[in-house]
Design a protein around this ligand. Sequence first.
Ligand SMILES: Cc1cc2nc3c(=O)[nH]c(=O)nc-3n(C[C@H](O)[C@H](O)[C@H](O)COP(=O)(O)OP(=O)(O)OC[C@H]3O[C@@H](n4cnc5c(N)ncnc54)[C@H](O)[C@@H]3O)c2cc1C
Length: 329
Amino acid sequence: MLWTEKAHTNWTGVQWTTYKMGGPLQEAYQPQSLSEAVELLTRWMALEDNQRPKLTLLGWGGNSVVAQAGIAGVTLITRKLDWVRPEADGLSFTFGAGVHSAKVAATAQKHGLAGGEFMIGIPGTVGGMVRMNAGALGQNTSERLISARVFNATTGVLEDWPAERFGFRYRHSEMDSAKHFVLEATFAFVPGDAATIAQKMTDSVQFRRAHHPTEPNGGSVFRNPLPTESNPKPPSAGMLLDGLGARGDVTFNKPPWEQGGVQVSPRHANFIVNVGVGDEVGTSTDVLRLMRRMQQAVIDAHGITLRPENVLLGDANAEEQALWQLLWQ
Ligand SMILES: Cc1cc2nc3c(=O)[nH]c(=O)nc-3n(C[C@H](O)[C@H](O)[C@H](O)COP(=O)(O)OP(=O)(O)OC[C@H]3O[C@@H](n4cnc5c(N)ncnc54)[C@H](O)[C@@H]3O)c2cc1C
């Protein structure tokens, strides 16, 4: 055990993901400060290469499907790394990796700064937003990031990474989740009009309340197709799936597509919701099977291959590994 006094051995994915599913976290830690996180990572690095367990970071669990077999090795939950430090220029702030996205948006708003409005409704943390290049309202995390402090398991030290080093693309960064751990990040905002900022944030929250499911879910399961020369304005993943009837239709008594304890949300065809109870509660296998069905249906109907936005964490069983490979092939 890495740090006996601080280890949690009875946590599961249910408590730590918005899908509310997933098996046991073998050895979990929730560091309360930068120094505690660094100490934990240093202890982990000090182990011999062949003795070092896999280390997985979990922020808000807003995009993560945790395997039913759980996460073996060490899980570091970042939520308590939640400091906010204003920078001298009056436009930038450094946030701990576990700061909730809504708190980032609120911090910028409080200082009359624009550019963070899109973060208000995203259930995620600073680290998760950087890793996923989260975005909404046509804005992305990459546009706000100046730099981040990353514990690099390849070099074993804390490094300052300028934004360019992350290789951001749509919902993608080049970080290697098994080796690069964001511990804090500096975002810059721009002076804005208070009323406009407030309006954008209110609109975003109201839109989400009206269109997003209320049952446990992991946000958009697929990324939207990117524009190409021949198709400069492709339909979104949700529109494609909606057109195929994935979310059902109450008027015609058609149920949404379902698998075990999960189903396509009747509110949004690119969301899967965990609706099972008791023994029927949704599992990672259910999610992956349903994702595969959704992906195949869009391929058959439109020749478009949707790619996962959700990430799979932990020890996938053989079927889950095969499904995940199919989803990416
Ligand atoms: C209702 C709902 C609405 C959503 N809306 C949006 C939206 O509008 N736009 C959008 O982009 N996303 C959206 N999401 C998805 C999700 O909230 C984002 O992807 C968010 O950025 C994930 O952050 P997290 O902290 O929850 O990441 P997690 O799910 O905890 O982790 C995601 C990945 O990042 C890695 N990771 C986490 N923290 C760190 C770190 N500190 N350093 C390195 N790697 C790390 C994890 O290991 C994992 O690989 C939504 C989700 C839900 C449930």
